[in-house]
Write a protein that binds this ligand. Structure first.
Ligand SMILES: [Ca+2]
Length: 387
């Protein structure tokens, strides 16, 4: 489900310990028996504007194992952290008179969008902008205060803050819209690899995991690096009966759409799909309803979903959780770890089963065996895991 301006978005820092096969200290049903990872989704999107050094730092302070920058490219080819190439919703660019003429239309993954696009700005120009909170129901008090960081600044922060905390903080970059960036003449992959090489992050044990919703760029990356790779798996929505809704452009990896490949995101999660994913990736990052779906209820059969909490609205709170699918089991059988997205604290984003308690949702997924969670609230994800 695509809340505007909100992504989607899932490690195993110790994936190389797989051979050890679990631990008495961490009796988790994960691939390796290790604690599931807390991944600070866009930093701490629940508390600070997305993709700011301040948000990433807060995630680290809250105990996140990894921080998650989404990467897009500036006109001069610098990787910066934003959820979309279109920065209308996540920065103050629309209020800047000097950039009024930069407003334009571009096609991203087959969909025309209007606004301001990172690919039309130099890094120096991007640095004059300030981040804003894209969700109106979240804290707006930090709007206009924080810069847009470069990927290197995020890596530096993880190193510095990790050293202060006496632990390794991983970085989990996502290549955003790889096909779009190729069309803009600004492909992401070699730029990303060059930066990672500069930091010495080239091996499976490096504190880095690269994620993508597309497939061909991950396959390319596999030929160039041993850093762990994750295939993200999206959908458009969840149907009232709990089945996944697959509608373009969220029905399949966009490179599949361009190539005329009939496979969908759901195809990647079948046993055959997972086997294929294992040839180029180390894990999967599915939207969480692929693991445990939820459905609406219509007890009186009037064709309308029941308002379970009686508030006159129909939302997540009026859904009930269903039985888990076999995706985690099948992925683990292939040796793929599973990092699910996105976990959020707000009561209106929690199914009725959880009674407004986000920790109950984490526990359900931890008990299922997920190896990590992308969370907007790293503190809650950690508390649910450790307490
Ligand atoms: Ca309701």
């Amino acid at each position: 489900m695509h809340i505007p301006g909100v992504k989607w978005g899932a490690l195993a820092m110790v994936a190389t310990l797989a051979a050890c096969g679990g631990s008495d200290n961490y009796p988790y049903p994960t691939l390796n028996g290790d604690k599931p990872l807390v991944i600070g989704h866009r930093g701490t999107a629940g508390y600070r504007p997305d993709h700011t050094l301040e948000g990433y730092k807060l995630a680290i302070d809250m105990g996140a194992d990894f921080i998650e920058p989404d990467l897009v490219a500036t006109k001069d080819g610098v990787l910066v952290a934003r959820h979309e190439p279109n920065i209308t919703g996540t920065t103050d660019v629309s209020t800047r008179a000097e950039f009024a003429g930069r407003k334009t239309k571009k096609v991203v993954d087959g969909v025309e969008e209007e606004g301001w696009f990172v690919t039309d700005f130099t890094l120096a120009e991007i640095k004059t902008l300030r981040a804003i909170q894209p969700l109106s129901d979240r804290d707006q008090s930090y709007n206009g205060k924080f810069q847009i960081p470069t990927f290197e600044e995020v890596l530096d922060l993880a190193k510095t803050e990790g050293a202060k905390a006496g632990r390794t903080v991983g970085v989990y970059p996502e290549t955003k819209h790889p096909t779009y960036h190729v069309k803009q003449g600004l492909p992401l992959e070699d730029r990303l690899l060059a930066i990672l090489a500069k930091y010495g992050y080239t091996s499976k044990s490096s504190p880095v995991i690269i994620q993508s919703f597309e497939v061909s760029n991950l396959k390319y990356l596999r030929t160039k690096t041993q850093v762990r790779l994750v295939q993200l798996v999206d959908a458009d929505d969840v149907n009232p009966d709990g089945t996944m809704s697959l509608v373009a452009p969220y029905d399949k990896p966009y490179d599949f759409a361009v190539a005329g490949d009939s496979r969908t995101f759901a195809s990647l999660l079948t046993p055959a799909g997972l086997k294929e994913v294992k040839t180029y990736a180390d894990g999967i990052g599915p939207w969480k309803p692929y693991l445990i779906p939820s459905k609406q209820v219509d007890a009186n059969k009037d064709g309308k979903p029941d308002d379970l909490n009686g508030d006159g609205k129909i939302d997540e709170r009026d859904r009930v959780m269903m039985a888990p699918t076999d995706v985690v089991k099948n992925a683990h059988a292939e040796g793929l770890f599973v990092h699910a997205y996105t976990f959020r604290n707000e009561a209106k984003r929690l199914a009725s089963d959880f009674k407004g308690d986000p920790k109950a949702e984490y526990k359900l997924f931890y008990n299922l065996g997920v190896d990590g969670v992308f969370s907007d609230f790293a503190d809650t994800a950690k508390a649910a895991r450790d307490n």
